[in-house]
Design a protein around this ligand. Structure first.
Ligand code: NAI
Length: 336
C-alpha cells in the first residue's frame, strides 16, 4: 500500500522507516499538517497516516475519499480530531494505536506533579544563576495526600499504580470502572473527587461529554490550592476559567502537556516568533504553571510501539482484515 504520512518529524521518519522497512508498503513523508489545503497531497495514495493535530474533519475526509484514499492510520490513541460519522458515511477505515505506552504518559504526569510540588523548574534556573536560597521552593509530602484520577483506562491504571506506590489515597471517576483500578482506589462521582483531592489528574479522552469538564463550576468544587494536571487533551480544560482559578488561588499549581489551541503552537520551533495567543501567553506568566508541548507520549518505547502498531493496521487493511484497532462512530457509546 502507498501511505502519505502527514505532520512528519525526524523521529517519525526514523521509527516508521525501521518498522516498515521490509513490509512491502511504501511511505511518503510530508512535514505539513493534513488539512483542507494539503489533503490533495495524498492523491494517488491508498491511505494517510495522521497525528494528533492533523485535521480530519468532514471536509478533509470528503477530499480524501474523492481522491481514493481508503485508510486513515492514526499515530495516536486519541481520535477526537476525526469526524467518525463522516468517515463511516464515506466508508473510510480509521485505525488508531490504542495502547502504545500508557507508562510513558502516566510517568510523565507524575513528572509534572513532582516538578510543580517541589518547584524543580524554579530550582533549576535559580541554581544555574548561583542562587541557592530555598525560599519559595517549599513543597509537601505526596505520601498520605488524596489524588483524584479522572479516567481509569490504560493510562489511568498506570498512574494509579504509581501513585499508590507513593502512599497516596486514590479517588477515581469513570463511567466504566476498571476492576484493576478498583483494587487500588475508590470510585466516586466527579464532585466528590474534586471536593476531596489535593491533586487532580486528567486521563479521560476528549469527547462531547468531557469537553470543558474542568470549567468554572468544577473549579468551584475543588479544594483551594489544588494541583491540576492535564496530559489528556487540551479542551478537557476550560483554559480561561483555569487562569481565573490561578489568579484567585483556587488552583495552587497547574501542569499541562496539552492545550486547547495547541494546533497553532505545539511540535514547532516558534522561538523567534511573537506568540499571538494571549491566553497561552498569560499562562506563561504564572510561577506555579508548567506547560510542555504534548510530549508525554515521547519515549523510544512509545515511538517503536506506534510504528509497529501502525504497520499492523496497514497490513490488516491491505489484506481486507481487521486489526482490532479500528474506530467507528457506531462503537462510540456516550462517555466513552
Ligand atoms: P482509555 O480509552 O484506555 O481510557 C480512557 C478512560 O476514560 C476510559 O476508561 C473511559 O471510560 C474514561 N472516560 C470517558 N469519559 C469519561 C468521563 N466523562 N469521566 C471520566 N472518565 C471518562 O485511554 P488511555 O489510553 O488511558 O488514554 C486517555 C487519553 O490520554 C487519550 O484519550 C488521549 O486523549 C490522552 N493521551 C495523551 C497523550 C499525550 O502525549 N499527552 C498520549 C496518549 C494519550
Amino acid at each position: 500500500m502507498k501511505i502519505a504520512v502527514f505532520s512528519t518529524k525526524s523521529y517519525d521518519r526514523q521509527f516508521l522507516g525501521v518498522a516498515f522497512e521490509r513490509s512491502g508498503h511504501q511511505l511518503s513523508f510530508f512535514e505539513t499538517h493534513l488539512g483542507d489545503e494539503t489533503a490533495a497531497l495524498a492523491a494517488g495514495f491508498d491511505g494517510v497516516c495522521a497525528f494528533v493535530n492533523d485535521d480530519l474533519s468532514a471536509s478533509v475526509l470528503r477530499v480524501l475519499s474523492q481522491q481514493g484514499n481508503r485508510l486513515i492510520a492514526l499515530r495516536s490513541a486519541g481520535f477526537n480530531h476525526v469526524d467518525l460519522l463522516e468517515a463511516d458515511a464515506l466508508g473510510l477505515t480509521v485505525a488508531r494505536v490504542p495502547r502504545y505506552s500508557p507508562h510513558a504518559v502516566a510517568e510523565y504526569a507524575i513528572g509534572l506533579i513532582l516538578t510543580l510540588n517541589r518547584k524543580i523548574h524554579r530550582a533549576y534556573t535559580r541554581v544555574r544563576e548561583g542562587n541557592f536560597a530555598l525560599d519559595g521552593l517549599l513543597g509537601f509530602d505526596l505520601h498520605g495526600r488524596t489524588v483524584g484520577i479522572v479516567g481509569s483506562g490504560q493510562i489511568g491504571l498506570c498512574f494509579a499504580q504509581i501513585m499508590a506506590g507513593f502512599g497516596c489515597r486514590l479517588l477515581v471517576t469513570d463511567p466504566y470502572p476498571n476492576p484493576a483500578v478498583r483494587r487500588l482506589a475508590r470510585y466516586v462521582d466527579l464532585p466528590t473527587l474534586l471536593g476531596e483531592s489535593d491533586i487532580v489528574s486528567l486521563h479521560c479522552p476528549l469527547t462531547p461529554e468531557t469537553h470543558h469538564l474542568i470549567d468554572r463550576v468544577a473549579l468551584d468544587q475543588m479544594k483551594p490550592g489544588v494541583m491540576l494536571i492535564n496530559t489528556s487533551r487540551g479542551a478537557v480544560v476550560d483554559t480561561p476559567a483555569v487562569i481565573e482559578g490561578l489568579k484567585t488561588g483556587r488552583i495552587g499549581a497547574l501542569g499541562l502537556d496539552v492545550y486547547e489551541e495547541e494546533g497553532d503552537l505545539f511540535f514547532e520551533d516558534l522561538s523567534d516568533q511573537v506568540i499571538q495567543d494571549d491566553v497561552f501567553a498569560r499562562l506563561m506568566t504564572f510561577p506555579n504553571v508548567v506547560v510542555t508541548g504534548h510530549q508525554a507520549f515521547f519515549t523510544r518505547d512509545a515511538l517503536e510501539a506506534i510504528a509497529t502498531t501502525t504497520l499492523v493496521n496497514v497490513d490488516a487493511f491491505s489484506r481486507g482484515e481487521h486489526s482490532g484497532n479500528e474506530v467507528s462512530a457506531a462503537q462510540i457509546v456516550p462517555n466513552r
